[in-house]
Design a protein around this ligand. Structure first.
Ligand code: 13P
Length: 256
């Protein structure tokens, strides 16, 4: 089974109209349809999704959000629904990022509701799972990521993630410059795929499992060479288009 590699930028709470435009313009010559055989997406703050959808017209780049509401619609001041994301042609949404879990109270149950709603509006969820340093040192990595995965898949089933993706992001590797070793990441990705197989063996081979946590052009290749690492969710290195495209180049090389 060959899965199309998938590289996703997570801009987090960075950018502004002018800086986004500069990023799009500098990347566009390489992003025209047909240049890359891997899949590529950029996930931006919700305010800028329309700018990205317009900016990436005539390219194969997908556009994603970084969160959505766990409710369909109504009196939820400040929230943005999955239907609204679909309305502005947003393709994807990152859910369960560790920053949302630790800073904004996103529980497994909330993440499951959000994923269900997103998929029902044809916005494909990228589900993040990952252990803290304390959990890793206690030997609980597989237990933690399995719990996070099951909590969502028990509600949504596996299909939303055949279209979207799972992202393994060890919390201790996010923004620290300290990436997991390819072998350590591979071990977790293989465990996640085995867990996915319990839902549907055939579908489990189709789900892209991305690695996230201090991915840069210099370490992307060795990560992507692992059999169960199907791409990356990139934070810091995605803020500069040349670094992000450098990572995409490594993913693309695997399709040759
Ligand atoms: P960094 O690439 O900055 O470590 O961030 C990873 C991340 O959180 C992507 O979602």
């Amino acid at each position: 089974m060959t899965r199309t590699p998938f590289v996703v930028a997570n801009w987090k709470m960075n950018g502004n109209t002018q800086a986004n435009l500069a990023w799009i313009e500098s990347a566009k010559p390489q992003l025209h349809a047909g240049h890359y055989r891997c899949d590529i997406a950029v996930c931006a703050p919700a305010l800028y999704l329309t700018q990205l959808v317009d900016g990436f017209k005539n390219t194969a780049v997908m556009v994603g959000a970084q969160n959505c509401a766990s409710y369909e619609e109504g009196a939820y001041t400040g929230e943005i629904s999955a239907a609204m994301l679909a309305d502005v042609d947003c393709d994807l949404v990152i859910l369960g990022h560790s920053e949302r879990r630790t800073l904004f109270g996103d529980t497994d149950e909330l993440v499951a509701e959000k994923a269900k709603l997103a998929f029902s509006h044809a916005v494909m969820p990228i589900l993040c799972v990952g252990e803290t340093l304390e959990e890793r040192e206690a030997g609980r990595t597989i237990e933690v990521v399995t719990r996070q995965l099951r909590a969502v898949l028990d509600v949504t089933g596996i299909m939303p993630f055949v279209a979207g993706a799972i992202a393994y992001e060890p919390v201790w590797a996010i923004g620290t410059g300290k990436s997991a070793t390819p072998a350590d990441a591979q071990a977790v990705h293989a465990a996640l795929r085995a867990e996915l197989a319990a839902y549907n063996a055939d579908a489990s081979q189709k789900v892209r499992i991305l690695y996230g946590g201090s991915v840069k052009p210099g370490n992307a290749r060795e990560l992507f060479e692992q059999p169960d690492i199907d791409g990356a969710l990139v934070g810091g290195a995605a803020l500069k288009s040349s670094d992000f495209l450098g990572i995409c180049d490594h993913a693309n090389a695997l399709t040759e």
